[in-house]
Design a protein around this ligand. Structure first.
Ligand SMILES: *Cc1c(COP(=O)(O)O)cnc(C)c1O
Length: 247
């Protein structure tokens, strides 16, 4: 049984190593095509639905940034991985009553999309004596004043929310995040969506020059994100495999 467990884990490690090498090659090729330095793009591996043992193997393979989208799952995994040199990113829709838990382990929250959440994160970070990097999530498919289907604020609300983050104690405004829309005018047009995000980012940096993180691109569309100028890509499936449940 020990033998099975050991060889199972080394099989998994080999698989993750091979998948990581493929993703790394895709990022490198996309950077070359765009005339960008490979060092300007950070890979964040999205480990949602996969066990803490995979997080440990990934850390052993050199991964330094991981992301989760559900607090309950993330909190347990981060606790099991506390000895590893990892930065944790929270990328899911976030309820205000989870803010305290999330600031306990997350270095970055990519899904800041409303004022109430800014307040909750600020109070929690201040209580913990922490500073949390925040990205405003942009919903490119949302109408003015509305929320996106999968979280995020409409582009015209980004400025006010970013100002609120920048002024909030315990929070640092680091940039913007988006998920390529499945519906609306940008459906099936990830490059156009990411170009739009870059425009919004350029405008944001006129007033907040340090807010230079642009989190965009997943397994399906990381090349388009790198071409557009993303600084962080969030890749799950291409590293860990197809998730058992859709979430
Ligand atoms: C799951 C998820 C990802 C990763 O998606 P893949 O298609 O598995 O690469 C990226 N960003 C967010 C916000 C996610 O929820």
């Amino acid at each position: 049984m020990n033998h099975t467990a050991a060889s199972g884990s080394s099989d998994r490690s080999d698989q993750l190593r091979a998948n990581l090498a493929q993703v790394e090659e895709r990022i490198a090729v996309a950077c070359r095509a765009a005339g960008r330095d490979r060092g300007d793009v950070t890979l964040i591996v999205v480990t949602k639905t996969y066990p803490a043992s995979d997080v440990r193997l990934l850390a052993g393979l050199g991964v330094r940034n991981v992301a989760e989208n559900r607090d309950q799952e993330a909190e347990a995994k981060a606790a099991e991985s506390a000895d590893l040199p990892l930065s944790w990113h929270f990328v899911g829709q976030l309820q205000t009553n989870k803010a305290r838990s999330v600031v306990g382990y997350a270095d970055h929250v990519h899904s800041v999309d409303r004022l109430r959440l800014v307040g909750a994160l600020s109070r929690a970070a201040t209580a913990e004596g922490r500073q949390v990097g925040c990205l405003v999530q942009v919903a490119l498919d949302a109408e003015s004043g509305a929320q996106g289907e999968r979280g995020g604020v409409a582009p015209d609300a980004v400025g006010a929310l970013a100002d609120a983050v920048a002024e909030a104690e315990g929070l640092r405004l680091d940039g913007l995040m988006t998920v390529a829309p499945l519906a609306g005018g940008y459906a099936g047009q990830p490059r156009a969506a990411f170009d739009r995000l870059m425009e919004i980012s350029s405008r944001l940096r006129e007033t907040h020059p340090a807010a230079n993180m642009v989190s965009a691109g997943m397994s399906q569309d990381l090349e388009e994100a790198v071409a557009a100028g993303a600084t962080h890509v969030r890749v799950g499936t291409a590293v860990l495999g197809v998730r058992a449940r859709l979430r």
